[in-house]
Write a protein that binds this ligand. Structure first.
Ligand SMILES: [Zn+2]
Length: 495
């Protein structure tokens, strides 16, 4: 089936153009077009919504049957979502709450644009961003779109009505529940009639079905705040900050991603990685930033208070977690572009500088004691030929130095590119870089590129893997002991 240019355009506009831009289009879209764009703009990926819901659900139990996601799914399946209606970029519905003793009806209103939920409101769960009722409504809209009547935004719908019809509309609405809206309506009538009131001096009228207000925080922003609050709380009040050495190094990533038995901070990291894999790069980056900042502030505040009793250094598990987060910063910086990359780098530099004492030395708490080190990955030592010293005022011995190097790393050198596209056979390839850089490129292929639907990634992994093995075999004549562990290679240098 061939789609018309019109429907293709509608699809793309729904996906990429926000309400603020739609409002300023001149000449404006007609009612029917706006209605179709609004239909297209609703999120389509359940997995994405689930990831974010689980992140801030009470109890943080993604597998428990009582999680908000599972309760919401059960409401949807039992047909508890009623009176659902989409007006422009807003959806309203009632959800029968069977978990509630009184079988209360939750009134849910949510707004969305560009495949993202931008605000949620539930009459029962006032403090939650994603509650089971909100989830139920989202699922209904995603799974049964044909059962949700769609209208153009309020402004555009009202424009099509005659004066007589408007009068009818208003009086019917008031007649249906005078107690709710009569006073409000007359308050507004008084203001509209008063030429000096703010309402009458402002041109136009607010339309909640066409995007949230400029000064309102959207769901993503609220979510990030909540994540940060949870993490800060976790670091301050729970002991698992340093309790057990979690086996979550990048080499065990498959196990890590499959595990449901994670601490809060690990769970946040897992969600960030999952979001990256379904290509919500921006939100993944924002969560990584929250994790790193919470961890870092925690290290300073909590540790400095306890340092008197427990010595100046961080526990191994915190140090290792920090190394994992730092590595993800590096992989992120070398893989993506745009504002979020810039923000990640800014945070990395800030933390790198702040972990130094006034005299420029690195604060002791961030340095591993001898024999405490567990190597996660071979960290970057160089960024090719670039002399990185003092480039941005960074300290190469302090935490979060690696992302700075990763940002300076050349994309894919020509010789490697030739090898990848098999212009030059492996046996004759002159491609050469230091081992740390090769391993970094390899890890990027495994951790990020393979999830970006690059069809050549398997070939690349095999070829680069072969080059690395060749290099290691050469090195083995100079180094006394070494062994392989899956994709990650530990080298024990014996002096
Ligand atoms: Zn609710």
């Amino acid at each position: 089936m061939v789609s018309s240019l019109y429907s293709l355009a509608i699809h793309k506009v729904g996906q990429y153009v926000g309400c603020a831009s739609l409002e300023t289009v001149n000449p404006p879209f007609d009612e029917q077009t706006l209605k179709l764009i609004a239909s297209e703009a609703f999120p389509k990926d359940e997995e994405h919504v689930k990831l974010l819901t689980d992140l801030v659900s009470n109890g943080n139990t993604s597998t428990s049957i009582s999680s908000e996601w599972h309760k919401g799914e059960s409401f949807y399946q039992k047909g508890h979502v009623q009176n659902i209606r989409q007006v422009g970029f807003m959806i309203g519905a009632s959800v029968k709450s069977s978990y509630d003793q009184h079988h209360a009806i939750a009134k849910v209103v949510l707004t969305f644009e560009r495949y993202r939920i931008t605000s949620t409101k539930c009459s029962i769960c006032k403090d939650m961003i994603w509650c089971s009722h909100v989830v139920a409504v989202i699922l209904k809209r995603i799974r049964s779109p044909g059962k949700v009547p769609v209208h153009a935004p309020l402004t555009d719908t009202l424009l099509t009505l005659t004066r007589e019809q408007l009068q009818k509309l208003l009086q019917y609405a008031i007649n249906q529940s005078p107690g709710d809206i009569l006073c409000q309506i007359f308050e507004h009538i008084d203001k509209i009639k008063n030429p000096r009131s703010l309402i009458s001096r402002i041109q136009g009228y607010p339309d909640p079905t066409l995007g949230i207000g400029e000064d309102e925080q959207n769901t993503d922003q609220l979510l990030l705040k909540k994540i940060r609050k949870n993490l800060d709380h976790d670091l301050l009040y729970t002991d698992d900050f340093e309790s057990k050495l979690q086996n979550n190094s990048l080499s065990d990533q498959v196990q890590f991603m499959a595990s449901d038995n994670l601490t809060l901070k690990e769970k946040n990291l897992k969600t960030a990685i999952s979001l990256l894999r379904i290509k919500d790069v921006d939100m993944a980056g924002r969560i990584l930033i929250q994790i790193a900042q919470a961890l870092f502030e925690g290290m300073f505040l909590y540790r400095s208070a306890k340092a008197l009793f427990e010595g100046p250094r961080l526990a191994p598990s915190s140090m290792l977690y920090r190394l994992d987060v730092e590595r993800w910063f590096s992989l992120f910086v070398s893989s993506f572009k745009g504002q979020i990359r810039h923000d990640i780098l800014t945070v990395a530099l800030d933390m790198n500088k702040r972990s130094c004492n006034a005299d420029g030395s690195v604060s002791k708490k961030f340095i591993f004691e001898d024999r405490q080190t567990t190597m996660r990955s071979v960290s970057l030592k160089t960024a090719g030929n670039f002399n990185s010293r003092d480039y941005l005022g960074e300290n190469k011995n302090a935490p979060f130095y690696e992302p700075v190097l990763a940002c300076l790393l050349e994309n894919t050198p020509e010789n490697l590119e030739n090898l990848y596209c098999q212009k030059v056979p492996l046996s004759q390839s002159p491609y050469e870089e230091s081992l740390d850089v090769m391993l970094f490129r390899f890890e990027k292929l495994i951790q990020i590129d393979q999830f970006m639907k690059d069809p050549s990634v398997k070939t690349k992994t095999c070829l680069l893997g072969a080059v690395i093995l060749r290099k290691l075999i050469k090195l083995s004549s100079k180094v006394k002991g070494f062994y392989f562990n899956g994709a990650l290679i530990f080298i024990l240098m014996v002096k």
